[in-house]
Design a protein around this ligand. Structure first.
Ligand code: MTE
Length: 300
């Protein structure tokens, strides 16, 4: 698989990536402004060390293209991402099919360097490009009765070899409570390292919720529905005992089959020390208030 990737890498210029990293280092102040201040040295230092393009785009979970980590990079080129429309419906003032280009014309795309923690206990640091989900929801005009947002991935057997297998109940679905969806850290990512987001990472737009386990960050979104009650989510439907609706990163609450106390950062090599996992993935200053008074063991 690495060989195939080298082919792809010819198309992307590696130099801007290096330049990008040093630019990010200059922007350390901006990163602190995004809520990483006060997290302690490890988190701040780590925040300046994004994973490589190759790490981010060759080690993926996207079961519509197979369950192997290198399956998505190999198979996802078959997904047709143009044209692309996102149906926005449910409790909104302006329901309809929104063309991806029309969305992009209205949204402000920013760089967001986020830690990304998979429930499988590996992590990366990813320089996303994207816009705040709240801006898109405001465009559609969310009605007061809407309490949650439901999202759906494309379900295209002709383009997604993995959906032949009942690994999950397709389409992949996810959801957020409205305050989580409206939170400024919650973005729809459309790029990585300033380039269009590759298919294996969820082109042309995917959710990113940095304080939650990675499976909440649903890829290749075709539908966003404002609803009045908690929507079903794919991993919860598959195994409710292991995967809850909230899925906030929490080192104190183990997965039934493994500890969540530490994580392995991808790209560090086999013998790299595991790092302690941070509650809310290090974004607690911004998001913990949304869960005040909730039992996080029960609402895992
Ligand atoms: N979205 C869809 N549609 N299908 C998937 O299998 N996997 C999830 C999430 N979104 C998944 C998905 C999981 S388990 C993780 S960890 C992240 O995507 C992985 O994102 P990445 O491949 O960009 O690192």
């Amino acid at each position: 698989m690495a060989y195939r990737w080298k082919n792809d890498l010819k198309e992307c210029d590696v130099t801007p990536e290096a330049a990008y990293i040093s630019r990010r280092q200059l922007m350390a102040g901006a990163v602190a402004g995004m809520g990483l201040a006060g997290l302690g040295q490890r988190a701040q230092a780590e925040a300046l060390e994004p994973n490589s393009w190759e790490d981010i785009t060759s080690y993926n979970n996207y079961y519509e293209f197979g369950t192997g980590k290198d399956d998505p990079a190999y198979y996802a080129h078959t997904l047709k991402t143009m044209p692309w429309t996102v149906k926005i419906d449910g409790l909104v003032d302006k329901p309809g099919d929104y063309a991806f280009e029309d969305i992009m014309a209205r949204m402000t795309v920013e760089e967001r360097l986020y830690r990304f923690r998979c429930v499988e206990a590996w992590s990366m640091v990813v320089p996303w490009n994207g816009f705040e989900l709240s801006d898109l929801l405001q465009l559609a005009g969310v009605q007061p009765g809407a309490k949650y947002i439901a999202m759906e991935t494309a379900n295209r057997p002709d383009e997604m070899p993995g959906v032949k297998y009942r690994t999950l109940d397709w389409p992949y679905v996810e959801g957020l409570r409205m305050d989580e969806a409206m939170h400024p850290l919650t973005i729809m990512a459309t790029g990585i390292y300033g380039k269009d987001i590759p298919n294996q990472n969820g082109a042309p737009l995917r959710l990113v919720v940095p304080w939650k386990y990675g499976f909440k960050s649903i890829k290749s979104v075709v539908r966003i529905t404002a609803v009045d009650s908690e929507p079903p989510t794919s991993w919860n439907k598959a195994n409710a005992r292991e995967y809850g609706f909230y899925s906030n990163v929490n080192p104190e609450v183990s997965h039934p089959r493994w500890s969540q106390a530490t994580e392995r950062k991808i790209g560090g090599g086999l013998f790299a020390a595991r790092m302690p996992t941070l509650k809310f993935n290090g974004y607690g200053d911004e998001v913990a208030g949304m869960y005040a008074g909730m039992d996080l063991r029960k609402n895992f």
